[in-house]
Design a protein around this ligand. Structure first.
Ligand code: C5P
Length: 319
């Protein structure tokens, strides 16, 4: 059975709609190499998909339209509903690949905050690819979708894959990792996002000034993988690492206090998720995560906190 045939016409509801979910991610480790000629940085990361899901529903339409509800719809910098939204470009790319007209009404319901270092936009694009493949009957293979995903953004292939994976290249080249046990986290979500290109540029600046290592020494992902596979929590806590944490703190000094608040409140460890500003606080089990979230919510360091677990599957059809 091909992967996408799981999403055949059976997933189209009576009203013609198809719905897919996709997860947020935390980079359990993220080693960033020097700036490449193409403007990207070589990476070696270990991705973990966590149980904060966006929902994308697609319906027949004329031309493309995008609507967004949930997280990030208000405020001064709302999630765009035009071609700047990655789901729009995902639809165009899949239509072009399949030779079908790009006709769909795409509704994105967000629980993953935007510009938070959780790959929410990438999750939406991954879910849109899966949902539109079913709506349009394009029968794209998993390889096709992964290739389209890589063209959309560095984190989009992982939004499709989910689970645990090593990411290399600019993050888009994935090696899946089997990890059966669940990990419990509290995500501390800040008011206001951070721009990913700005955080990478700040890393380059800190490196040029000799304030952080230059990224030429690539650490082995083995300790973090071994810890993810079998624990204990203290081993994973010791292996968490993110080269984007220093530049994220440099741009948003309040993050230092937020990280300390998480460990003071009982987290086994805390790190900035991806390019931030979300803080991912590792808890020693589900009960510990609930207690940690209650303490952090009471302190008011974060706009909101979310208890999540992972690994969870990547983008998939619902219903
Ligand atoms: O691939 P994506 O669209 O998510 O990348 C957004 C920006 O983040 C890039 O334009 C680049 O500035 C930066 N980036 C990078 N190296 C990576 C991934 C992203 O420099 N591996």
């Amino acid at each position: 059975m091909s992967w996408s045939s799981a999403g055949g016409p059976g997933h189209i509801r009576g009203d013609g709609a198809v719905t897919a979910h996709a997860p947020a991610k935390v980079n359990v480790s993220l080693a960033v190499g020097p700036l490449r000629e193409d403007g990207f940085h070589g990476l070696q990361t270990v991705y973990l998909a966590v149980s904060l899901l966006d929902t994308v529903t697609v319906r027949p339409g004329e031309g493309l339209s995008v609507s967004v509800t949930g997280e990030g719809t208000g405020g001064p910098d709302p999630v765009p509903t035009d071609r700047r939204n990655l789901v729009w470009r995902a639809a165009e790319l899949l239509a072009e690949h399949a030779g079908v007209p790009a006709d769909a009404a795409i509704a994105v319901d967000k629980t993953i905050p935007a510009a938070a270092g959780l790959a929410g936009g990438s999750a939406d694009a991954a879910a849109a690819l899966v949902a539109l493949d079913a709506l349009w009957g394009t029968r794209a293979t998993r390889g096709d979708l992964t290739e389209l995903a890589a063209r959309l953004g560095s984190d989009v292939p992982f939004g499709l894959a989910g689970g645990v994976a090593i990411g290399t290249g600019r993050g888009e080249q994935l090696t899946p990792v089997l990890a059966r046990r669940q990990w419990h986290w509290v995500l501390g979500i800040a008011d206001g996002g951070l721009s990913t290109p700005a955080v990478y540029a700040e890393l380059d600046r800190l490196r040029a000034a000799g304030r952080v290592p230059d990224g030429t020494a690539v650490p082995s992902p083995e300790p973090v993988l071994a810890a993810l596979r079998s624990g204990p929590t203290a081993a994973l806590a010791a292996a968490l690492a993110n080269d984007l944490q220093a530049p994220a703190i440099s741009l948003r000094p309040a993050l230092r206090r937020a990280l300390r608040a998480a460990t003071d409140a009982g987290a086994a460890a805390a790190l900035v998720s991806g390019s931030g500003p979300t803080v991912a606080a590792l808890a020693d089990g589900e009960d510990a995560a609930l207690r940690l979230a209650a303490v952090l919510a009471g302190e008011g360091v974060f706009r909101t906190v979310r208890v999540v677990h992972g690994p969870v599957p990547g983008a998939r059809l619902v219903g």
